[in-house]
Design a binder for this molecule. Structure first.
Ligand code: SF4
Length: 238
């Protein structure tokens, strides 16, 4: 086990502050997509800490999500960096397999082109990144620590650290923070969407369903990572 995984839990603010003090600006960033990430951004903002923020724009997000990104950009006066896939790779995929091949042969190929390649391009420039992963989000995340070496994106020449300040928070904790602090959120959450990704791969869920049940619902729950947090999947199939 990575020794960092054995450390006692700190508050998300402590983890954020520690992370942002250890890495200079330009070498660490928040990966932004959902409710958890805007909580992290808000915490950094309240502590007066500058932090870079990037978001994967797959080209397949809901219109509501694009509006949310713009709201966040304006609310925090943020230079939000949108990472886009290589147009040639998208064009090649769509030309040969259409716009919905993931329903037939799984999400890996499309996610690799629209998410992983742009993410890898960005992470190659960083020494650490910050995510909103929580342990109770899915069976693939039950062991997520607050800080870890990113085994999916580190290389022999370049060690990448991943911070998960909200690892031991629940969904209720996140939403309590959002409500009490007046944090902006994606309007899709008001229509039964909990975990929100690309439009064709996300659906609203019923009250009794697990929050990740609306993501890639046609696939096994143990494989529900898009590659951003692939080491979670590696762990549970070991
Ligand atoms: S979530 Fe769906 S649409 Fe988005 S990149 Fe993955 S497979 Fe493609």
């Amino acid at each position: 086990m990575d020794p960092r995984q054995a450390t006692v839990n700190h508050t998300p603010q402590q983890v954020l502050k520690d992370a942002l003090s250890r890495y200079e600006q330009g070498k660490i960033a928040i990966s932004f997509s959902g409710a958890e990430d805007v909580v992290l951004l808000d915490m950094a903002n309240q502590m007066g800490l500058a932090v870079d923020v990037f978001c994967l724009d797959t080209g397949r997000l809901h219109a509501q999500t694009y509006r949310f990104l713009e709201t966040v950009r304006q609310h925090y006066n943020l230079d939000l960096e949108l990472l886009m896939p290589q147009p040639e790779a998208v064009s090649e995929l769509v030309r040969h397999k259409g716009l919905y091949s993931f329903y037939e042969d799984g999400h890996s190929e499309c996610c690799a082109i629209r998410k992983i390649e742009p993410l890898r391009r960005k992470l190659d420039t960083l020494d650490a990144w910050i995510t909103g992963q929580r342990r109770d989000q899915s069976v693939t995340r039950t062991n997520v620590p607050q800080e870890q070496e990113d085994q999916a994106f580190s290389t022999d020449e370049h060690t990448l650290i991943k911070f998960n300040p909200l690892a031991d928070w629940s969904s209720a904790d996140v939403w309590s923070y959002i409500r009490t602090q007046g944090v902006p959120y994606n309007e899709l959450h008001d229509s039964g969407f909990v975990s929100i990704g690309c439009e064709p791969c996300t659906r609203a869920i019923a009250p009794h369903e697990h929050e990740r049940a609306g993501r890639w619902w046609w696939e096994e729950s143990t494989q529900k990572e898009c590659g951003l947090h692939a080491q979670n999947v590696i762990k549970i199939v070991d």
